[in-house]
Design a protein around this ligand. Sequence first.
Ligand SMILES: Nc1ncnc2c1ncn2[C@@H]1O[C@H](COP(=O)(O)OP(=O)(O)O)[C@@H](O)[C@H]1O
Ligand SMILES: [Mg+2]
Length: 277
Amino acid sequence: MKQVRLLIASNAGGSGKTTTALHVAYELARAGKKVTVVELDHNGSISAFTGLTDDLKPDQTLHKLWDNFDGNYPLEPFWSEYAPNLFVLRGGRWIERISREISTRGRGFYFLVDALEDHPLDVDVIIFDTPATLEPMGIPGYLAATHILCPIKPEIKDAEMVAQLITWTTEKNREFRLKQPPQILGFVPTRVDYSQSVHRDILGVDEKGQALEHPPEDCLPKIFEAIDLTLLPPVKQSAYYLSACRLKQPLPTLNARTAKNQDYRPIADLIESILNS
Ligand SMILES: Nc1ncnc2c1ncn2[C@@H]1O[C@H](COP(=O)(O)OP(=O)(O)O)[C@@H](O)[C@H]1O
Ligand SMILES: [Mg+2]
């Protein structure tokens, strides 16, 4: 069975990583795929976004995989009223011990690789949600991933992090001697607001989001073309994401207007095409 293991990573906070992880998972589940989101972050955003309770025992979290794992993944269904086959393996504050001990164990950074090899998870897609600080908890996700997707806000500071993130992946490939490193699926501009000139300049587009005839040389599409990386279609800024978050729902389920939101479809399509190839 083909399985895509997608690491959502960017070394910037608030770039929409968790929103992306959950909405890509939702779109894939709606399309009939079995999806598990693995929370490598201790901030517990996934509970806040999905309405899952917070009073977990360590064995109901990723922590279970850390000590003599028996292969019984503590998966929890979420958003089940909106899509089938959506599960989460939560991290939250329980992964603090893992992040403290990870570099002291021989195969600490490989704990996800080992768990998934010894006890394959019968799902089509695993999505790893990471904290903004990629080390240490991003590393086990990176080692276990087949692909990496990088949400990025089109703002100066975040755009400068593209190079840093690529450098980080190159360093990890060398450090861990990866023969088949995760493939960079692409960068996805998130929280894009075409009424902001800085967003337009960085993306090389006009107020309607159409590509300029003569875009600035340093805009992201030009840079990405030069280095042969994919810049995926943008996810636009919408206050409805905040409502979705408050109501613990996927944005496309909020109301008739938001039902039309297709922003995460292209990413789900891309993953489906990999699964079908
Ligand atoms: N496209 C968007 N439009 C508006 N708000 C968004 C969008 N994407 C994410 N947000 C909001 O921005 C905040 C940070 O998003 P989050 O997904 O938690 O980012 P990260 O996981 O990278 O820290 C959250 O309040 C979220 O609801
Ligand atoms: Mg997050």
